[in-house]
Each structure stands twice: as C-alpha cells, then as structure tokens.
Design a protein around this ligand. Sequence first.
Ligand SMILES: C[C@](O)(CO)[C@H](O)COP(=O)(O)OP(=O)(O)OC[C@H]1O[C@@H](n2ccc(N)nc2=O)[C@H](O)[C@@H]1O
Ligand SMILES: Nc1ncnc2c1ncn2[C@@H]1O[C@H](COP(=O)(O)OP(=O)(O)OP(=O)(O)O)[C@@H](O)[C@H]1O
Length: 284
Amino acid sequence: MLAEFAPAKVNLYLHVTGRRADGYHLLDSLAVFGPAGDVLALAPAASLTLALEGPFGGALAAEPDNLVLRAARALAAAAGRPAAAGLTLTKHLPVASGIGGGSADAAAALRGLHRLWDLGLDAAALAGIAASLGADIPVCLGRRPMRMGGIGEVLTPAPILPACGLLLANPGLALATPAVFRARQGGFSPPAALPTRWPDGPAMARDLAALRNDLEAPAIALCPPIGTVLAALRSLPGCLLARMSGSGATCFGLFADAAAARAAATRLPAGWWREAGGLYGEAG
Ligand SMILES: C[C@](O)(CO)[C@H](O)COP(=O)(O)OP(=O)(O)OC[C@H]1O[C@@H](n2ccc(N)nc2=O)[C@H](O)[C@@H]1O
Ligand SMILES: Nc1ncnc2c1ncn2[C@@H]1O[C@H](COP(=O)(O)OP(=O)(O)OP(=O)(O)O)[C@@H](O)[C@H]1O
C-alpha cells in the first residue's frame, strides 16, 4: 500500500496576461502548497477502482469521471499497460474551490501509480501527461513553490520564500473555474517583477500587495460572500495580506509563521472551512 499526499495549491497572485485563440487564458502566477490536502492510497489490484472517503468525498460521489481515474488511464495508456490499481481518495479539500483539489489528486495519482507500476518514465513525459489533463496539474506534480506561465504549464523557479504561515478559508460555496474566467472584464495585466528571494514574510507581503488576483473581482461578482471572507481575514491579528486563490472561492491569509496562522484560524466563523499551517515542503 502506497500513500500520496495531495496538498492544496494556493495562488499568491494571479495575473491574466492574455488569451489564446482557443479561449484559454495566459497567466502569470506564483503557486505554493499547503497547509491542507487530500490523501490518495494506492494498492495493487486486478482492475481500476476508486473509493471516496473524507469530509468532501460525498461531494464527488456523483462525479462521472474523477480526475484520479482520468490520470490513471492516461498514464497507463502512455506506458502501454493496463490501468489496474485499487485507489482510495480521502477528500479533505472542498471541491471546485480554487485550490486545485482535483488537480492535486490527479498529480498524486500520476506520482503514486508511476511508483506502484514501476514505470521509470522521465520527468518531461510525466509533465506532458499532467498538462494534457488540466492546466493546474503540472505544478501540482512537483508540490513545490513555482511560478506558472503559459496557461499554467510553463513552470519556472519561484523566489526563495521565507518561513511563513497560511490560513485558508472557504465559505462553503463552490465556484466553477470557466464561469469566473468568462465573467472577467477589462484588459490584461503585465507579468510581475519578482525578486530572487524574500527575507521574511512582511517583505513578501509588501511585494505581493502590489500585485493582485485578476479573478478576484469577477469571482466576487458571482459569489459576493467571498468579499466577506476577505474582510474577515484582513481583520485578523497578524494577517499580512489576504487574497483569493485561483478562481475562488477559497481565500488565504498570509502570516509571519504557522503558529500565527493557526491562532488566527480559531477566530473565523466555525461554519467556514478553515485550515492553517506552514507551506508544504518549506520551512515555516
Ligand atoms: C485558475 C487556476 O486555478 C490558477 O492556478 C488554473 O488556471 C485553473 O486550472 P484548472 O482548473 O486545472 O483548469 P482546466 O481544468 O485546465 O480548465 C478549466 C477551464 O478554465 C478555463 N481556463 C483554465 C486555465 C487557463 N489558463 N485559462 C482558462 O481559461 C477554461 O475555460 C477551461 O476550460
Ligand atoms: N478528484 C477530484 N476532486 C475534485 N474535483 C474533481 C475531482 N475529479 C473531478 N473533479 C471535477 O473537477 C471540478 C473542479 O474541481 P477542483 O476541486 O479541482 O476545482 P478548483 O479547486 O477550482 O481547481 P482550480 O484551482 O485548479 O481551478 C469539480 O467540480 C469536479 O466536477
């Protein structure tokens, strides 16, 4: 039995820089991971099966084509072998919430099945399969802070990040990514100019404050409670910056460290989904 952790993806900023002829949008974004995630367990089996567990497993019960199964079939096809494995997805991340839960799960399936099936594909081949499944999946494969370009699949190094804390909050409302892109008005933003490193959380927050998430305004227009979540995060002691992630509705608060983020989480309404801690795979 193998297990793969599938941490939430958080877009610290997201500029929509253009639009391709096929309708997909060109992005410039800084993605980080944590502090919550799904877990995918994988075991040998005679056929491909998926069991759903966890607080948000039920929300996916009616999903006809779970991204985990699509990832398994795509990897098996690329490797020329049958797609056979027993998978159990424990869903802790809210569905359709801007933190790439489905993408993280698909990336976990690619990593885990690559090990379970002992495939030996190179990183570029895996990244190509990931990109064919969704714009957020390549960055989720690495689970490391990365700058996203292209439609999300062009990955370049992120600035060296300081230890910091993140608090994620969602009012319990799902938002479909295509609808948010469609609701966007106005022109495009230039790519950000970023330093090679940030010495501490406050310095990072100062630079990030000059940037934005271009999907925040259209998401608030479609889902006004996002504005309430942002205001609540901004009012918390120690919150350095509050912003929406991806296409929403999940928002994040940035804190100097994980302890400050955890302490602040307890002050948010108990009915909201709230998770706090440090960045995945980084100090803090
Ligand atoms: C907004 C982000 O979450 C930022 O990380 C991602 O770009 C979205 O990634 P994703 O959910 O994996 O996106 P996909 O499943 O590939 O695309 C869903 C839909 O979102 C829109 N979409 C997505 C990515 C992109 N760069 N431009 C787009 O316009 C398209 O309408 C597309 O049909
Ligand atoms: N394993 C999965 N987890 C979540 N959603 C899935 C999964 N498989 C398929 N889906 C479908 O994908 C849609 C988008 O879900 P997801 O949770 O990845 O959205 P998101 O967090 O907004 O992603 P992003 O930040 O990449 O836009 C869901 O509405 C659901 O229909």
